[in-house]
Design a protein around this ligand. Structure first.
Ligand code: FE2
Ligand code: FE2
Length: 259
């Protein structure tokens, strides 16, 4: 039998597709290819870059904000398991919860490598208020058992935000941070795919739900863009570079068909 990654699951009928792709076996085959030999999310031999005090300070602030986002994703994905409408979605979200826990762990590990002794305290001190508000709103949607809106907030808005920020940052980051982020981005792509697929099917069956998502998006976009601004203020990003991040995020959401 072909290796799971050599088969194209898109050729399968819908039920078999879900059975195949939303399984721990598929997840394990997907992640072992790029996580197998890593330690704290990067290769053991990758050297630590020499950073100036200011560069280190900026990197710590940015990583603390990633930890706020990943904590929201961890709690959001875990909470969504309770309200997911079927076994396939519950199993996928269980794999996603594991991914998000790993993301939080490797990012916290990166903070420790940079000399942060108490990452939790540092994350609380440096985390953007907009991102913390996003976290609160996401959990409110989950607690309200609003499957479509909560899944949209988690697997479209939050995932697109993380995907845009990490992919852009990885291009410019020091070698260790770049490897950590590149591994995370591969997982986030899978999470975005799940959101797109699940919501795409729902919207075909209930097109009126699109209006609801538009309202949720309007509210959450403001928090996402606000969190970019706050982080860029904290790290002193020049005006000219700021629009790139926002437009990356908006393009990622549009690519999933939620413009
Ligand atoms: Fe994540
Ligand atoms: Fe994710």
């Amino acid at each position: 039998m072909a290796h799971p990654l050599e088969r194209d699951p898109h050729q399968l009928p819908p039920e078999s597709f879900l059975e195949e792709v939303h399984s721990f076996a598929f997840w394990f085959d997907a992640v072992q290819g790029y996580l197998g030999d890593l330690e704290h999310g990067h290769r053991r031999e990758t050297p630590e870059a020499v950073l100036s005090p200011l560069e280190r300070e900026h990197l710590v602030t940015v990583l603390c904000n990633y930890c706020v986002g990943e904590t929201a994703a961890l709690e959001g994905a875990g909470g969504l398991i309770q309200i997911a409408p079927n076994r396939h979605a519950k199993v996928f979200l269980a794999t996603q919860t594991v991914d998000e826990g790993r993301h939080l762990e490797v990012l916290t590990g990166r903070l420790r490598e940079l000399g942060v002794e108490d990452p939790e305290a540092e994350i609380a001190r440096r985390g953007s208020r907009s991102l913390q508000e996003f976290h609160r709103r996401l959990l409110e949607l989950v607690r309200g058992r609003d499957w479509i809106a909560a899944l949209f907030a988690q697997n479209v808005v939050l995932e697109c935000m993380e995907f845009a920020v990490f992919a852009l940052h990885a291009k410019r980051a020091d070698p260790r941070t770049c490897e950590v982020l590149s591994g995370i981005v591969k997982d986030e792509r899978r999470h975005m795919g799940f959101g797109e697929n699940e919501l795409g099917r729902r919207l075909r069956d209930a097109p009126y739900a699109r209006e609801r998502l538009r309202a949720v998006r309007q509210e959450l976009d403001a928090l996402v863009l606000g969190s970019f601004e706050e982080t860029m203020d904290a790290i002193g990003t020049p005006r000219a570079d700021r629009t790139e991040l926002g437009s990356h995020y908006l393009a990622a959401v549009a690519r999933l068909g939620f413009a």
